[in-house]
Write a protein that binds this ligand. Structure first.
Ligand code: ASP
Length: 302
């Protein structure tokens, strides 16, 4: 059987997603008592800036006892003209079993997985997908509400260029949440509405109906200047501040994948809002990534 990879959350069934979240939750409460990935070599191949994801994968890999090699950005031979396929063959020949990769090009991990004989984990590809971020967001929702099904979750801001949004939509739909996308037409075209996903332009109007709000960073590095909306207009309509947060229903939470830009998608006073869950999200990144590594390499717990 070919090695399984995690390229986006649609690689999993809803049953597998539930298993992974439960497993991550168990790791969060009590770290595994044995080295689940003993003798397994993992390479972290990041071609784009990363703080949270890179460090969190490194911690997760060490907690499951893997042998880890990190290749600093710009140092792989891909820059010397080696093809992705040749890189895959080279790493496999050294016994590498797992590649965790981030790349500015959408689809890079898919091309790697076509040739690499081991497992590929997508740590973010262009504007396409970021499945482990979506998993940690799902775990944060589950920790808060005890379920995902039936929750009304809004993703707000630059949906068009957000790999976090795309992977979250897949995961939230698979687990039965009601998904709302909110933003201006330049960052959220009408065509992004689909089965189980509605589009709203008026954030203020829907705030009292939400269980959770996921704020997204404007992806300036991926946006043509012509499409970038006026930041003043954006802030007026979509920036979360304490006044807007106060209109959420009781018990609702606010999340952000980071890095956040104060003054654009949120104001500083949101950090004092009782439902602000950024730190919990970051903390959930480690057990979620431990669970993914264990599941791909060892399969389900017997
Ligand atoms: N850190 C997330 C990502 O890599 C979100 C962001 O950069 O806005 O996609």
């Amino acid at each position: 059987m070919p090695a399984r990879s995690l390229l986006d959350l649609d690689d999993f069934t809803s049953d597998e997603l539930t298993y992974l979240l439960n497993r991550a939750d168990a790791f969060d409460r009590r770290p595994p008592s044995r080295n689940l990935l003993a003798g397994i070599t993992v390479v972290n191949l990041f071609f784009e800036a990363s703080t949270r994801t890179f460090v969190s994968f490194a911690i997760a890999e060490s907690r499951v006892g893997a042998d880890v090699v990190a290749l600093p950005p710009g140092s792989s031979s891909l820059g010397k003209g080696e093809t992705i396929a040749d890189t895959a063959i080279t790493l496999a020949a050294m016994g590498v079993r797992v590649i965790v990769t981030r790349h500015p090009e959408s689809g890079f991990p898919y091309r790697l997985a076509e040739t690499f004989e081991g497992h590929v984990i997508n740590a973010g590809d262009g504007r396409h997908a970021h499945p482990t971020q979506a998993l940690l967001d799902l775990l944060t929702l589950k920790a808060e509400f005890g379920r995902i099904e039936g929750l009304r979750v809004a993703l707000v801001g630059d949906i068009l260029h957000s790999r976090v949004a795309r992977s979250n939509v897949i995961g939230l739909k698979l687990l039965g949440a009601d998904v709302v996308l909110v933003g201006p037409p330049t960052l959220l075209p009408d065509a992004m509405a689909c089965d189980g996903v509605t589009i709203e332009r008026d954030l203020d109007a829907i705030l009292p109906t939400l269980d959770a709000l996921v704020l997204l960073r404007i992806q300036r590095e991926r946006i043509a200047a012509a499409v970038l909306p006026s930041l003043e207009d954006y802030a007026r309509n979509y920036r979360l501040d304490a006044r807007r947060a106060g209109r959420l229903k009781r018990g609702a939470i606010v999340m952000h994948p980071g890095p956040y830009n104060r003054g654009i998608e949120l104001t500083q006073d949101v950090f004092a809002f009782e439902g602000w869950r950024y730190a919990q999200q970051v903390s959930h990144g480690v057990p979620v990534r431990m669970a993914v590594l264990d599941f791909l390499v060892n399969g389900r717990e017997k």
